[in-house]
Design a binder for this molecule. Structure first.
Ligand code: UD1
Length: 433
């Protein structure tokens, strides 16, 4: 406990001494903005390179802190990574180490996704336990149960998970809870297992589909990705390939909400609106006019919008990664909305900060009641607690009168590529200081 308080104090100090985002509330955003590649697709795909020696080439990889952390981890295992213009290359040779250290995993929980590929290819992996994080305990038990179902032996000691096997064997595994990372990790492991693996109650997120598509390009035999039952027929060897990372649906959704909350007209290009149906339905229900093509979305100016309720849940339902941003929009809606968070147990840390800007929100366990105060937010210094929380504070800052200073902006840099440049190009008054 004392250690946590100490760590938090250090993080607080580091956060305060780092970049801040200064947002001055103003008029409507207008214009066209391009979505970047999806962080949450890029991370598992970059870890999947460990399954095949040789050069892997990727397009549309976002330039983010989490990508840097992934590159650092891959390098620590003996891989070479490089940017060649807009191409991101990973050169994999026989690994020098099968161990992902605490220092690297601590920076980014998704680092645990290196375990499945290493276990499948080398029969061994030692990865630091990720530990807790701001939005909840986020266990990895289902990843480990999945590996065990494929015949791996798992032991945990001194803060590390050791996984070992002579050769993984295909099997059937039912995920007790829908888990994106768990599905990705076990799916990657199963590609080189002997025989057939069936994953039931698998996550259906578009990022799982993008990963499966890359694995298939490498020679894996996978079907059912995008549904709740994924079938993987193990192959003896995989080969490096080339891939364009899918568009970031969460970033695209955040930019659409930025247009909505400022009563502006914003078109997001290079995105996949069909990935964001749950958000688009809720925006329309609230009163916004949204038009979509196969790869663009436009929100049109709306003076007054109604409060609507949302409940987060696995895809295709409302994404937890857009809950905080939607809450900012509801904070200035007409009426009262109820926001239920069913995916993570502690994902309302942005509530107190939104309230510092004048929002009227009562958080309960996993439910927040948001009483809209249209036109009444006022700028204040606030503290970002996690990636999506930071985005919600920036969105609220866009419509709060005066200046909002968002501290601990390093959270934002983990998952949004040049957000301030994108918002500035639409007319927002936002700068880093
Ligand atoms: C991924 C996303 C994250 C998103 C989340 C849910 C990445 C890098 N991150 O995180 O942005 O918010 O999906 O859409 O893609 N759980 C268990 N046991 C496990 C694993 C998970 O109980 O072994 C629980 C979690 O505590 C949580 C739920 O399952 O309540 C969903 O978590 P999961 O889908 O695994 O999230 P991540 O993959 O960590």
């Amino acid at each position: 406990m004392l250690l946590w308080i100490f760590q938090d104090a250090i993080e607080l100090f580091v956060g305060l001494s780092m970049d801040k985002m200064v947002v001055t509330g103003g008029g409507p955003l207008r214009g066209t903005v391009k979505a970047s590649g999806a962080k949450n697709a890029a991370l598992p795909i970059l870890f999947s390179t460990l399954l095949a020696e040789g050069q892997h080439i990727f397009r549309n990889v976002p330039k983010l802190k989490d990508i840097e952390s992934t590159a650092e981890l891959l390098q620590s295992l003996g891989c070479e990574t490089s940017w060649d213009g807009d191409l991101f290359k990973v050169n994999v040779s026989a690994l020098q180490s099968y161990e992902a250290s605490y220092d690297l995993v601590r920076k980014m929980r998704a680092s645990f996704l290196c375990m499945g590929p290493m276990l499948a290819k080398y029969g061994e992996a030692v990865v630091s336990q990720p530990g807790g994080c701001a939005i909840g305990s986020r266990p990895i038990d289902l990843h480990l149960e999945g590996f065990k179902a494929l015949g791996a032996e798992i032991t945990q000691r001194e803060g590390y998970v050791h996984a070992a096997t002579k050769k993984l064997q295909g099997g059937t595994f039912l995920f007790e809870t829908v888990t994106v990372g768990g599905t990705e990790n076990v799916m990657m492991a199963a590609t080189l297992a002997e025989g057939i693996t069936v994953l039931e109650n698998a996550a259906k997120e578009p990022e799982i589909v993008d990963l499966a598509e890359y694995l298939i390009k490498m020679g894996a035999k996978i079907s059912g990705h995008g549904t709740s039952v994924i079938r993987i027929e193990g192959v003896r060897k995989l080969f490096p390939a080339e891939h364009t990372i899918m568009a970031d649906r969460i970033e695209a959704g955040t930019l659409l909400i930025a247009g909505a909350i400022t009563k502006g007209q914003v078109t997001v290009t290079n995105c996949i609106p069909s990935h964001l149906e749950a958000l688009i339905i809720k925006l329309r229900e609230s009163g916004f006019k949204i038009e979509t093509t196969s790869d663009t979305m436009t929100v049109f100016p709306t003076e007054k919008w109604e409060a609507v309720d949302i409940t987060t849940a696995p895809h295709p339902l409302f994404p937890t990664d857009l809950q905080a941003q939607f809450m900012a929009l509801m904070a200035v809606a007409h009426g009262t909305s109820v926001i239920s968070e069913t995916v993570f147990e502690n994902r309302f840390m942005h509530v107190t900060e939104l309230c510092r800007l004048g929002a009227d929100i009562t958080p309960k366990t996993r439910v927040a009641v948001v009483r809209g105060v249209p036109g009444q937010l006022t700028g204040a210094p606030v503290m970002a607690t996690d990636l999506r929380a930071s985005a919600s504070l920036v969105l609220a800052g866009l419509v709060a009168s005066g200046e909002t200073v968002v501290n601990r902006i390093y959270h934002l840099d983990r998952g949004y590529e040049k957000l301030e440049d994108k918002l500035s190009s639409l007319g927002a008054k936002i700068r880093r200081s």
